[in-house]
Design a protein around this ligand. Structure first.
Ligand code: HEC
Length: 119
């Protein structure tokens, strides 16, 4: 009986470890929620009018090797879940790093920000 309990406990610990494992490896601002991160990233990119590669090394989303990703992280740090943020000022900084005069659809940028939660 005792052994069965132990086995069951070990099994449950194993299952929860697998359930909480994520493929997202380098989040410093955002909560680790793959579906929300991807949805937000899509909206953010569309709203800005850029491809993922404006901030990411193709196929290596965890890499920090694209310079604009750092400015984007600061932008997320300033705006995600922060109602009192000066959003237009924050956006200006990001646009500068991306060498964009203006976003393609600003409302979509904020929709994307709305998908994210902080870690
Ligand atoms: C304007 C810059 C920017 C664009 C464009 C962008 N991302 Fe991101 N992305 C970031 C930043 C910044 C982070 C890191 C967030 C953090 O540190 O919490 C990130 C993180 C991610 C991660 C998590 C990677 C990991 O393992 O840590 C994924 C996945 C991702 N982005 C997917 C995408 C996809 C897909 C697109 C295109 C549809 C995209 N991103 C476009 C800035 C961008």
């Amino acid at each position: 009986m005792k052994l069965r309990m132990l086995t069951l406990t070990a099994l449950l610990i194993g299952v929860s470890a697998v359930a909480s494992a994520s493929e997202l490896k380098n989040l410093k601002v955002l909560r680790d929620d793959k579906a929300k991160v991807e949805k937000g990233m899509k909206l953010l990119s569309k709203g800005l009018g850029v491809k993922c590669e404006a901030c990411h090394v193709k196929g290596k989303f965890d890499s920090d090797d694209v310079q604009a990703k750092h400015a984007a992280r600061t932008f997320l740090e300033t705006t995600v879940s922060k109602a009192d943020a000066d959003r237009s000022e924050a956006l200006k900084g990001l646009l500068g790093a991306l060498q964009l005069a203006k976003p393609k659809a600003e409302n979509q940028v904020w929709e994307g920000i709305g998908e994210f939660a902080r870690r």
